[in-house]
Structure formats: structure tokens, C-alpha cells
Design a protein around this ligand. Structure first.
Ligand code: FAD
Length: 564
């Protein structure tokens, strides 16, 4: 007896933020929707991310009196993507991103607030804003998920205050930059956590989720509100194509192959290929390692990319990732991204020659891109080394090292010495331990110490714009991103050329339809998020530049399917 094939209008592959946004919108359009997720947890990289979304011209900023416009944002995006992205796609993004977030805010459980002070990443480009386009998720009460919370991919406790208290990116920034009132704010967060007696009896973890976990929890609850099924442990393998149209997918579930029919469309929201070493070696610049990626191990291995290619889909940007330097910590399943700390005053990054090669405070994509460019010259910049002194160590965090004033060396894990950090009484001794040229390092530090005194980095202009200074220490003068490296002991940490996902993939049009190599849309097939070649091209225009487009093109795909 042949079992009937499950039939849905729309099948969404993957359960990251883009995929689940698409599923919510498709369900609201009256379509029957199924979400399939390969792993035993839903949420993907989106769940462990900051959850920030970059939405130019959004209503939150406007309501606070902020000034932005479609035209201004288009000027900025055209400049940052360097004319290499089809303008129709850029326009679709700018038109629908604010509508998408307004829709989710009013129709679903998703809630955001504007991070007014988070600047666009390229302050030198026309149309950039010093803040107002990046949105930060509000805290979400996970008790609303019931048992389904157990199936969610959980963020690392390191993203939580004291390893257990949820805080937003706005909270974290206020504390990190020691803005007025930050101590009171922390006390408030701790008090609210402690006074939640009912939840405290259940678990040490906060009832609330923040960042990407908040976004994913809110989207999952929104799917539950709509009775949209989400199948875990269901691995997409191949597309089913009939007469040139995608009509379904083949999956493996519990070791068994199954065909699922999609009457109206298949939406790939199954991430990039960053967890596939063979594809990394095939497409990304070398050297490259899965173990440098800050994304969940084993999830995103590029099955959708290969299935699309197998039916003639066009691709783009396959040699690009959303680069971010990472630090490996023994015993942790993935490395940690180094996003903010590079801008703190008193830490510099050098290559094997002991030379700086980039503005340390630069956006993370440009930082790793510079590692690769420099490495091509002399094979000395992957890995790179971040160097700081005892003054920095006392006051600021670096990767897993919390400031020594709260976590002195004596309290660090023993196995971290010479694996996560290196330490010596002199810069010369430090350089020799890590295999960096001592004379080069000495000359660099002398030069940077002079920059710290004058406040002007004549080599790389660090701290020269509002983006750099966002993570600087406003109490440090004359330049909040520069301080001398003078007080021993001295420290070094290794930075790898990591990523937070790949950004190349299936080429799509303004409707998120996958294009065939002949330029025509492949009927029934859509791609969003890191499965698609990014609408941002080789740029990262602002915080939330990956999730914003993933959710926006999810919204667009769902509506296009409904209207087709
Ligand atoms: P994912 O969210 O990874 O979702 C893909 C899902 O598809 C996964 O669950 C995966 O298991 C599933 N899948 C894969 N293959 C299959 C298959 N064959 N069958 C079925 N399912 C499959 N970006 C921002 O914009 N803002 C931020 O604040 C931000 N912060 C970040 C912080 C960190 C620490 C990291 C690591 C990343 C951050 N990013 C951020 C990047 C962002 O998280 C990713 O670019 C984004 O989540 C990618 O979304 P996606 O939907 O394409 O993939």
C-alpha cells in the first residue's frame, strides 16, 4: 500500500528568522504551510545571533522623531554595494523592509525597539546615518512557548548577563560603554530576575529571552498561534521538478526518505554552506576552516545550494561570507565572534610581522577581508594577534576574558593559558611566545602609543568616525578608541578568519524567486537568507544587515506565492 504524500501549499526549508517570518506571512495569506528543519532544534544561527535587523526608514525611528528616507537609504545601499547589485532588488528591500517589520509588530508576537545610537557601518558613504536603522529585539517571555521552548536552539550563556540574565543589545552597549546610569540599569535587571520567584524555583535561566533567541521564540509562538507545523529532524535532500516547475521536496526523516508536495512553492531558508569544509575549500578564499565559523556546528551545509545548482539555478557571491574574527575556546562547540572589543582603547591587532594592517575598530566583515588581503601578500595575517596590556586587561573584556577587575587571571581556567591567551612580562617575551616578530611589534606599539597621545591614528584613522567610537570608551581622551600599551604584564589572543555565515548562494530576483542560469525565474522556487546571494553584495551596511534581508525577502516570497 502506498502512503499518500503530504501536501501543502508552501514548504519552507529551515527554521531561522527568515524562514519562520515567511511561514507566518504565508499562513496569514490563507496558505497551508509546513516548515521542515534538519536539526533537532529550531532557530538555526538566527537563534544564537544578536537578532538585530537593519531596516532603513522604519516606523520606530520615525515615531521618535528620527529622520530617514527611502531615497537616502537607496543612495547609501547603492554606494555600499558598489553598483554590483540589481537596483530592483535594492528597491524591493527598501520598500518592503519597513512594511515587513510593521506587519510582524502588529500581527505577530515579534517586538523590536530602535537602537538609536547604533550607527551604519560605513559612515564615509553618502546616505549613511549615525543611528536609527538598526533594530534590537525586545525581551520575550519564553513561558509562552510551553514545552516547545525545549526544542529551541539556545544561545550561549556568554550572551547573558552573569550567564543567566537576559539583556538586550541596548542594555549591553550601555554597560560596555559605561554610559550614565549603567550600574543602576544592571541592578534593575538583576532585581527583576531574582524577584521572579516562580521561575527561579524552576530554573536558573531567565524566563525572558533576548537578542536572536527572543526573535526566534516570538516567531515560533506566532507559528503556534497559526497552527503551522514545524517538523524537526527532517533533512531536505532534493527538489522535485515537474515540467520545469518545482512541485515538492524529498526529505529524510528518521532514516526514511519521504516526498512532500508543495502546490504553490518551496522557500529555501536553510542558511549557507559555512559548515561544509569541502564547499568552503571550493568557493571561499584560503585558508578556510569550518572550525573558525561562529555558527552552530553541522547545521548549514549547503544542501539547498547544491539542489538549486543541480536544476540549473544561477549563483553569485560564493566567495564571500559574513566575515567576523573569532577566538577558539577549548571545550566550546564553536568559536566566539569578536565584534565589539576590537574598538576598545588599548588593544591592537598585528600580523606575524608585528605590524598592524587594518583599523581594529572596522566592521567585522571588513576586518576579516583585510586579514585575507594582507595574507595574500606575505602569508602572515591568518591568524592575527590581538595585543593588550594590564591596564586594558583590568578594565575591558576580550573574547572570553572578562575584565580582570571582576575576573582576575587567578580565576581564569588553567587550560586557557597558552590556548586562549598568552601572557608575558615584556612585549618582547610575548612576541617570542606567539611567534610574532619582536622588533616589528615593538615598533608598532611605540607608534600606536604616540597615536594614543595625540588622538590621531595616522595609519588607519581608528576612532575617526562615529561607528568606531560606538564601542569606544567615552571616558578615554582624546580618542575613545586609542590608549597606550605600556603596563605589563602583556597579553595576546589569537584571531581566526571566521564568519557568522556565508553570504553567497542562489541568485534571486526582487520577488525572491530563484533565477535559472538563463535569467528566468524557476517556477515554484524561492530563496531567502544565506541560501540566497545577499542583496547586500559584498557589503555589511549596518547591524542587522543579514537578518533584515532574510526576514524581508521571506515576507516578499510568501506574498508573491499567495498572489501568483
Ligand atoms: P539560519 O538562521 O542558520 O537558519 C537555517 C536553518 O536551516 C538552520 O536551522 C538549519 O539547521 C536549517 N537547515 C540547513 N540545511 C537544512 C536541510 N538540508 N534541511 C532542513 N533544514 C536545514 N545577523 C544579523 O543580521 N544581526 C545580528 O544581530 C547578528 N548577530 C549574530 C551574532 C552571532 C554570534 C552570529 C553567529 C551571527 C549573527 N548574525 C547576525 C548573522 C545571522 O545570524 C545569520 O546570517 C542568519 O541567522 C542566517 O539566517 P538564515 O535563515 O539564512 O540561516
Amino acid at each position: 500500500q502506498v502512503r499518500p504524500q503530504p501536501v501543502y501549499d508552501v514548504i519552507v526549508v529551515g527554521s531561522g528568522a527568515g524562514a519562520m517570518s515567511a511561514a507566518v506571512v504565508a499562513a496569514d495569506q490563507g496558505l497551508s504551510v509546513l516548515v521542515v528543519e534538519k536539526s533537532d532544534k529550531y532557530g538555526g544561527t538566527s537563534a544564537i545571533s544578536g537578532g538585530g535587523i537593519w531596516i532603513p526608514n522604519n516606523h520606530y525611528f520615525a515615531e521618535k522623531g528620527g529622520k530617514d528616507s527611502y531615497d537616502k537609504a537607496l543612495t547609501y545601499l547603492k554606494a555600499s554595494t558598489d553598483g554590483k547589485i540589481d537596483e530592483e532588488r535594492l528597491r524591493a528591500y527598501l520598500e518592503y523592509a519597513p512594511r515587513m517589520i510593521h506587519y510582524l509588530e502588529t500581527r505577530s508576537r515579534v517586538r523590536y525597539a530602535v537602537a538609536e545610537k547604533y550607527p551604519d557601518y560605513y559612515q564615509h558613504l553618502p546616505g549613511s546615518l549615525p543611528g536609527g536603522r538598526s533594530l534590537d529585539p525586545e525581551l520575550f517571555d519564553t513561558s509562552l512557548l510551553g514545552d516547545e521552548y525545549d526544542n529551541m536552539r539556545k544561545p550561549s550563556p556568554t550572551t547573558l548577563l552573569m550567564g543567566c540574565i537576559a539583556w538586550t543589545a541596548r542594555h549591553a552597549h550601555k554597560a560596555m560603554s559605561r554610559e550614565f546610569g549603567w550600574r543602576l540599569m544592571i541592578l534593575g535587571l538583576i532585581a527583576r530576575y531574582k524577584l521572579d520567584f516562580k521561575w527561579r524555583r524552576k530554573t536558573k535561566m531567565d524566563r525572558r529571552a533576548a537578542l536572536g533567541a527572543s526573535l526566534i521564540a516570538a516567531l515560533r509562538r506566532s507559528l503556534m498561534d497559526r497552527n503551522v507545523p514545524l517538523w524537526l529532524n527532517t533533512d531536505f535532500r532534493e527538489l522535485v521538478v515537474e515540467n520545469g516547475r518545482v512541485t515538492g521536496i524529498e526529505v529524510v526523516q528518521g532514516g526514511k526518505k519521504m516526498t512532500l508536495q508543495a502546490r504553490r512553492g518551496v522557500i529555501f531558508g536553510s542558511g549557507g554552506f559555512e559548515q561544509n569544509q569541502a564547499l568552503r575549500e571550493k568557493y571561499l578564499p584560503q585558508p578556510t576552516r569550518v572550525s573558525w565559523s561562529a555558527t552552530p556546528p553541522g547545521n548549514n551545509t549547503g544542501a539547498a545550494l547544491e539542489a538549486g545548482q543541480a536544476i540549473g539555478a544561477a549563483t553569485d557571491l560564493l566567495d564571500w561570507a559574513w566575515w567576523a574574527p573569532t577566538i577558539h575556546v577549548p571545550g566550546e562547540e564553536k568559536p566566539r565572534g569578536v565584534f565589539a572589543e576590537r574598538a576598545f582603547p588599548g588593544a591592537i591587532v598585528v600580523n606575524g610581522l608585528g605590524k598592524r594592517f587594518v583599523n581594529e575598530a572596522a566592521p567585522y566583515l571588513e576586518f576579516v577581508d583585510a586579514m585575507y588581503r594582507e595574507h595574500q601578500k606575505d602569508s602572515q595575517s591568518i591568524p592575527a594577534w590581538v595585543i593588550f596590556d594590564a591596564h586594558y586587561r583590568f578594565n575591558y573584556a576580550m573574547g572570553p576574558l572578562m575584565p580582570a577587575q571582576v575576573s582576575p587571571d587567578s580565576r581564569l581556567r588553567k587550560e586557557w593559558l597558552n590556548t586562549v591567551y598568552w601572557k608575558a612580562d615584556s612585549l618582547d617575551g610575548l612576541a617570542r611566545q606567539i611567534g610574532v616578530d619582536p622588533a616589528g611589534l615593538d615598533a608598532t606599539v611605540k607608534r600606536v602609543n604616540e597615536f594614543a597621545r595625540t588622538g590621531v591614528d595616522s595609519d588607519f584613522a581608528r576612532g575617526g568616525n562615529v561607528f568606531d567610537r560606538y564601542y569606544g570608551d567615552s571616558n578615554v581622551k582624546p580618542n575613545p578608541c586609542l590608549a597606550p600599551i605600556a603596563k605589563g604584564p602583556f597579553y595576546a589572543m589569537r584571531l581566526d578568519a571566521g564568519d557568522i555565515g556565508t553570504k553567497g548562494g542562489l541568485l534571486t530576483n526582487a520577488n525572491a524567486q530563484v533565477l535559472h542560469e538563463n535569467g528566468q525565474p524557476i517556477p515554484g522556487l524561492y530563496a531567502i537568507g544565506n541560501t540566497s546571494a545577499s542583496v547586500m553584495g559584498t557589503s555589511y551596511p549596518g547591524a542587522g544587515g543579514t537578518l533584515g534581508p532574510a526576514m524581508t525577502f521571506g515576507y516578499i516570497a510568501a506574498r508573491h506565492i499567495a498572489s501568483a
